[in-house]
Design a protein around this ligand. Sequence first.
Ligand SMILES: NC(=O)c1ccc[n+]([C@@H]2O[C@H](COP(=O)([O-])OP(=O)(O)OC[C@H]3O[C@@H](n4cnc5c(N)ncnc54)[C@H](O)[C@@H]3O)[C@@H](O)[C@H]2O)c1
Length: 281
Amino acid sequence: MKIIKTKKKFLTNIYINNFFNLKNIIKNKNKFLILDYNIYLLFFKKIKKELKKFNFLIIPFGENFKNINTLKIIWKYMIKKKINKNYLTIIIGGGVLGDILGFVCSSYFRGIKYCLLPTTLLSQIDSSIGGKNAINFFSKNTIGNISNPNFIFINFNIIFYMKKKEFFDGYSEIVKYSIINNKKFFFFIYKKNNLQKIITRSCYIKCKIISQDYYENNYRTILNLGHTYAHCIENNKIIKYSHGKSVTIGIVFFFFFSSYFYKININILKKIFFLFLKFKF
Ligand SMILES: NC(=O)c1ccc[n+]([C@@H]2O[C@H](COP(=O)([O-])OP(=O)(O)OC[C@H]3O[C@@H](n4cnc5c(N)ncnc54)[C@H](O)[C@@H]3O)[C@@H](O)[C@H]2O)c1
């Protein structure tokens, strides 16, 4: 049970395996629940009747829905159900849902309160933190903003319901953190498999970087390692690789092209590739 308390005003406290606070926060509040379709099937279908007491919406999963049409559907629904500033919107899903709903909530009535319960490895260690929200419009993540949720609750246990392939997507961002920021972390994930520690440490690293450059004027761009290539791959409608897989390829490309201009230690490169293979990319 851990709480990452961020000192900077613009960052959100992250509650890791700490649901006592969640109960307190949502008590006596009007709630609007938004669920990823897979999360609905896994955990909420059986309690459909209970769910009907809430205002709730189920969003189909996948990158294909990260577009302006989904925004319109959600905004329309919120207006119809008279969701207003007195409501707390609770979002339970992966990075796609977080990106869409972060934008929806931060623009609806010029911003309403919302909390994120990220359910994929990638969303727990990366996309839920730092306030970046976006949809794809002609290209990847073209329209969006930077606006934080009011709370983030991370539950380690939920990610074990993920498909293996999607689970390993999150590792690409973990390997990225270890390359850009932290030698000790690099050798930790090289040698050990303690997932809880890896997730917590990754959250710390992201918070640390963001707290130094929230609006991405300079230092925060370090988090985009391999992402320019990755977004090109993701824009390809025929190949259709996931974000995680594209980032892995992007990082490999980055080192390959950099080696033309800079001397890169071959042993370190071997270790980085080993890490990607270790996590069965
Ligand atoms: N905002 C940011 O800073 C940021 C950072 C990195 C990535 N992203 C974005 O995140 C997106 C990728 O996120 P993602 O990898 O979480 O994908 P995702 O949200 O599409 O989830 C992957 C799949 O897992 C399913 N799922 C979610 N939780 C599950 C669970 N607990 N058990 C079983 N299945 C589950 C979903 O239904 C979906 O089919 C991309 O669009 C990327 O651009 C944003």
